[in-house]
Design a binder for this molecule. Structure first.
Ligand SMILES: [Cu+2]
Ligand SMILES: [Zn+2]
Length: 242
């Protein structure tokens, strides 16, 4: 009986509140929310908790987060660096892809590049093996499950791992996000457990006119690397989503 009285009171309050909108606003949406609120009150009794209520009514929050796969990679200097190499490259590479597939976004944040040398571009690839037992050298070649030749990221015929070059800024940092159509976190050719490698020199993108160009892009020694791990969510991406 007490509930019925509350229902009537709330109804009267709400109708008076809603009435001015009814002439101009989308009535169905308004009344639908109102109906949900009443239903939630009687069946859940926790409709006053905003967070819970939000999930019951919209599901936006959980749906958006659940619809992505995420990966992260902690870039560290090569344990066995090339001779005379002094750059200590560190940072993170983050990955995101819809669970349904499609392009993969790659957010790169690195520091430690020497701004006094002439090398501003650095080859940046996914290599096939997530194995750092021999430093970055043991990550193998560019990830190439389809037996293609080395090319640029925007070429269709390329190694899956061919992400071209990253470009350091005047502070010796790289802060960029790229979107790639061939990298995938989902399915048989997922890059989870494989490696990211940052090179000393520029990747010639297969245009060097020699054998090495079509295999590695002649990007030189390996400065730094990491293994791509799977994570369930990422606060960095989540901030952008919301
Ligand atoms: Cu490489
Ligand atoms: Zn390649």
């Amino acid at each position: 009986m007490r509930h019925l009285m509350i229902l009537i009171c709330v109804s009267i309050l709400h109708l008076s509140d809603a009435f001015p909108y009814s002439a101009i606003g989308p009535q169905s949406g308004h009344h639908s929310n109102y109906y949900d609120t009443i239903v939630n009150y009687f069946y859940n009794r926790d409709y006053k908790v905003p967070h819970r209520n939000k999930h019951i009514n919209t599901g936006e929050d959980s749906a958006q987060h659940a619809s992505y796969l995420y990966g992260r990679c902690a870039v560290r200097p090569n344990e066995f660096p090339p001779a005379d190499e002094t750059q200590q490259i560190k940072g993170t590479v983050e990955f995101r892809q819809l669970v349904t597939g499609g392009p993969t976004e790659v957010k790169i944040s690195l520091q430690g590049f020497n701004v006094d040398d002439s090398k501003v571009k650095h080859g940046f690839h996914v290599h096939g093996s997530g194995d750092l037992t021999g430093g970055c050298q043991s990550t193998g070649g560019h990830y190439n499950p389809f037996g293609k030749t080395h090319r640029a990221p925007n070429d269709v015929e390329r190694h899956v791992g061919d992400l071209g070059n990253i470009v350091e800024n005047s502070e010796g940092r790289v802060e960029t996000t790229i979107t790639d159509s061939q990298l995938s976190l989902t399915g048989e050719y997922s890059i989870y457990g494989r490696a990211i490698v940052v090179h000393q020199g520029e990747d010639d993108l297969g245009k060097g006119g020699n054998e090495g160009s079509l295999k590695t892009g002649n990007a030189g020694g390996r400065l730094a690397c990491c293994i791509i791990g799977k994570i369930d969510s990422d606060s960095g991406w989540a901030q952008e989503i919301n």
